[in-house]
Every structure is written in C-alpha cells, then in structure tokens.
Design a protein around this ligand. Sequence first.
Ligand code: ADP
Length: 423
Amino acid sequence: MTTVLGCIADDFTGATDLAGLLARSGVRVSLRMGVPTGPVADPAPFEVVALKIRTNPVADATAQALAALDWLRQTGAQRFYWKYCSTFDSTAEGNIGPVAEALMAALGTDQTIYCPAFPENGRAIFMGNLFVGQQPLAESPMRNHPLTPMRDSNLMRLLAPQVQGAVGLIDRLTVARGPEAIRAAMTRAAADRQAHLVVDAVANDDLSQIATACRDLPLMTGGSALAMPLPGLYLADGTLSADAARMVVPTLPASRIILSGSCSSMTNQQVAAYLAQGRPAYQLDPLAIAENGIQPVLDWLASQDLTRAPLIYATASPDSVRAVQDKLGVAAAGELIEQTLARCAVAARDTGARQIVVAGGETSGAVTQALEVDQMDIGPEIAPGVPWCFAQSGGSRIALTLKSGNFGAPTFFTDAFTTLEAA
Ligand code: ADP
C-alpha cells in the first residue's frame, strides 16, 4: 500500500481533528506523533504527521515540516497537505506561509492554495476575509489570543508578509462556478506569477468544489475541513483503489479505564453524569498527592474490576482548582495531576486495561507519552472531532481516545464504550 495523501499538521489536536475527518470515509488513516525515526513500515493510504510547530521560530518550524515531508515521501505519497488552524493562527513572521513556501520549494511546485474555512464550525471565507461565526476574525476572541493574536481578518494581508511570492484570491463567485472555473482562475493567476492563492469558501459545497479542482496539486494547504472530501474523490477517480486498506477496528477485551484531568465545564458535566450512574470512581486530591504521593490511587486501581470501567478524575470546579493552584502553583499543580494520571494509565495497561479514555488536552499528551504511543490508527468517531484510536503500547494493542476540554456530550464516557462495541 502506498500513501495517497501525506499530511503535516502544525499541532497535535489539529492533527487528530484532520485524521478523524479523513477517517469518516472508512479508509485507513494513520497518525504519527512527531516525525517517525525508523524506516516506513505498512503506510496507510492517508498518513498524518502531528508536529508542534505553530509558534516555533520559523527556521525550526520549516526544518521540522521538511523532515516530515521527507518521511512522507518515503511512503510513496505524491500529494501533500499542510494543515493549520481554521483561524489561521500565525504571526507576521509565520509559520503558515514560510512552511508552505519551504514545502513548495522541496516539491518543485510554484503554486498552492490556502483555505482554512470550516463551515460546520462557523469558519467561513468571503472575498479573502475570514469570519468566525458572524464576526470578522479580528473582532472575534482570536483578537486576544496569547500567542497568535489575530488583528486583521484579511487572509491576503495576513499571508503577504509571511511569504516571498505574490498572493492572490480566488473568490466565492469563481468557486460557485465549479472546479473548471477554479482551475482556470489558477492558470490565470499563475500567468501573473501568483504563488499563494487564498480561496473563498462559506459552505461545505464550496469545499467540495475546491477539493475537486485541487485534488491533484502537489501541495494543498488549509484547515481540516478542506481535506474531508479528498478520500471520496480519490476513491471515485481511482487514485485510491476500491480495495484500499479500510479502517480495521480490532476486537479488544472490555477491560476499561477512564482518566480525567480536564476541568472544562463539559468535562465536569461528563464526570457528574458518570458518577450519577454509580460507577466506581476515585477523586484525586492534588494536595494529598503533593503530601503523600500516589500510592493510594495505585492501590485503589489494583483492587478494581476493570470491566466496570472505573473512573479516576481530578476534574473539579473552577473555585477548587484555583484554591489548589494558589497553594501549589499553576504549573506544579497541572504537572502533578498529569503525571499522576499518566502513571495510572501505565498501571491500568499493565493490569490488562485495553480501552482507555482520557479527558484533557494536556493530560492526553502526558498519557500518550507515558504509554509510549508514537503511532495511532484512527477508528470510529465518538463525537465530532473525537475518534477512537488504536495503538501499540507495552507490547499490547490498545484503544485510546483523547478528548480535549469541551468536546463530547454529557454522556461521553458511556458513548465511548458504546461506539466501540457497535463498531
Ligand atoms: P482541557 O483539555 O480541559 O484544557 P487539560 O488536560 O489540557 O484539559 O488541562 C487541564 C490542566 O488542569 C491539566 O494540567 C491538569 O493536570 C490540571 N488539573 C486537573 N485537575 C486539577 C485540579 N483539581 N487542580 C489543579 N489542576 C488540575
């Protein structure tokens, strides 16, 4: 199996989002945490490399993206996708433009498109201006983002200082006329030496037209939504054979653990809903752990019947989190809980847990690292943007789902296991 599309994502949750949308097609999607070091073994039709380069210095971000490209080329991929945030998170230095330009140079192509639109999530582009819901980007809360404050809504003006080549626009009027019109506009832009084309999209149908027109470009760039139609298009035009590797959902023992280190309001509701069912649960007390260590929770875990899906949680109300942070410090409290849950994950796996639910973005990072997971096959979606993933850990196949803060319904924890049973 050679890879049809090699994707590079600028952060971890963005990579999961992209992988999940590609996997909706039922085709096998593989997610790599960082650039793999070894030789390519068993590449999937869609490969996603998750980097963490959104706010790195430009030289470092481009070097990492080029290393990812080198690895992806070894999978046989000839088309590549540079995925960034649907709010175009970047500064005047980069990294969206510089990475795109470095990838273009390496691929020997002189034109690409930029389409961060994600209509289902309220991100739309009209006349090159990005909207978040009904607000222009620069009037949305992104205006005050701590690392990448977005103070202009016009994608051409945002991109121009980031790149050497000329920037152009394919507007909605052209997109609405379909793939042929889009391709003709790209040819005209190429004659004007426009290398970087922002493309308008306000609805999913626009994304389908753009994906149809651009599916054979060496490099496409955008948010995750533009990539969603690609598996279907590649299957329809024969680029991907009909017997291409399909998603395989392994049957794993119903030996389960839920680890929650998220204090977001939705996670608080999810924990409350689970507790209301009378499920076995252990609440972590950060102050007690700071004083007495983590043996008590490990002892509790060792006594549990994992088929009853016990929950270990630090999830707490904002007031109680603040009180803990005042005593321990924000970073120290966070680290303490993350490491405790990471140790619990390893202990649970070692006593047979094969279905592991993790709530919390940072918590997920700590848990995957402790479980030494460096590759995941994407499985069925539990909630929008939250798929089950299958990985090797400690010599066993495990199912893992990584839910960041506000994702999922209040019944997420039970939804997760029902989804896996039904798959
Ligand atoms: P989310 O996706 O909801 O932002 P994260 O895991 O990314 O969740 O972040 C939550 C942070 O809060 C983690 O660093 C976690 O260790 C920390 N934390 C969790 N519970 C508590 C608590 N009771 N007191 C203090 N910090 C906590």
